[in-house]
Design a protein around this ligand. Structure first.
Ligand SMILES: [Ca+2]
Ligand SMILES: [Ca+2]
Length: 224
């Protein structure tokens, strides 16, 4: 089940294609997109929806009736819980500047980072022991492991709409065969020792809680 969820997350981000023979069963996937953002990118988004539903065994359930970019993360989590309960969603695509929460390491409060698990573990409870607005612990729910996978379709906030349009148009060019992933991505074909290894790495996220002066990564916090 976990492998299936992970593969669906990859295909929605353009990482893999899906054989036609496996398309019998469809997964419901939520899309959370701010109402005003949707109105501005409607044409590109509906093309994306058609491409994805034609190509992969999914049905997108779009929540676009609220100003989600101004919502409290708790409200977004409740919406995902409702869609999981009523629509049986297995994953969620969060489009635009959807708010997020933070976690911190309880021993010293120094290490902190974006808590993406907040929208994945739907029946657990997140606890902020010292009430500083950052979660310190989680109590896992009765259903073992996270209920959802989450894909953040998050453009730079400085020019949210323009970059979102660019990304959605790029997705359409990819899905219609006009662009393809460069061959240099095939690390495992180039190096047989890595290709034959039973373990493979997938870089599926970003973020770093540190602010080292020799590294750029912490500047992503300003951009996204
Ligand atoms: Ca805290
Ligand atoms: Ca759970």
């Amino acid at each position: 089940m976990w492998i299936r969820k992970f593969v669906i997350a990859l295909v929605l981000s353009g990482g893999l294609s899906w054989p036609m023979s496996l398309q019998a069963e469809k997964d419901a996937v939520a899309v959370i997109i701010d109402r005003s953002v949707y109105q501005q990118v409607e044409q590109e988004f509906e093309t994306y929806r058609k491409d994805v539903e034609r190509r992969f065994p999914v049905e997108l359930v779009v929540s676009k009736e609220r100003e989600w970019e101004d919502a409290d993360p708790l409200e977004i989590r409740r919406e995902l819980q409702r869609m999981h309960r009523e629509n049986g969603i297995v994953g969620a695509v969060l489009v635009g500047q959807i708010p997020y929460t933070f976690w911190e390491r309880k021993v010293d409060s120094y290490f902190t980072g974006i808590n993406t698990l907040y929208y994945q573990e739907l029946d657990g409870e997140f606890i902020d022991r010292d009430s500083d607005g950052r979660f310190d612990e989680i109590e896992w729910g009765p259903n073992e492991g996270p209920e959802l996978w989450v894909f953040w379709m998050r453009p730079p906030k400085k020019d949210n709409i323009r970059y979102l349009r660019l990304f959605l148009r790029k997705c359409h060019r990819y899905y219609s065969g006009r662009i393809r992933a460069p061959y240099r991505a095939m690390l495992y074909a180039r190096y047989p020792s890595l290709g034959n290894s039973p373990m493979k790495r997938f870089i599926a996220g970003r973020d770093c809680p540190h602010s080292c002066i020799y590294c750029f990564n912490h500047l992503y916090h300003r951009m996204y």
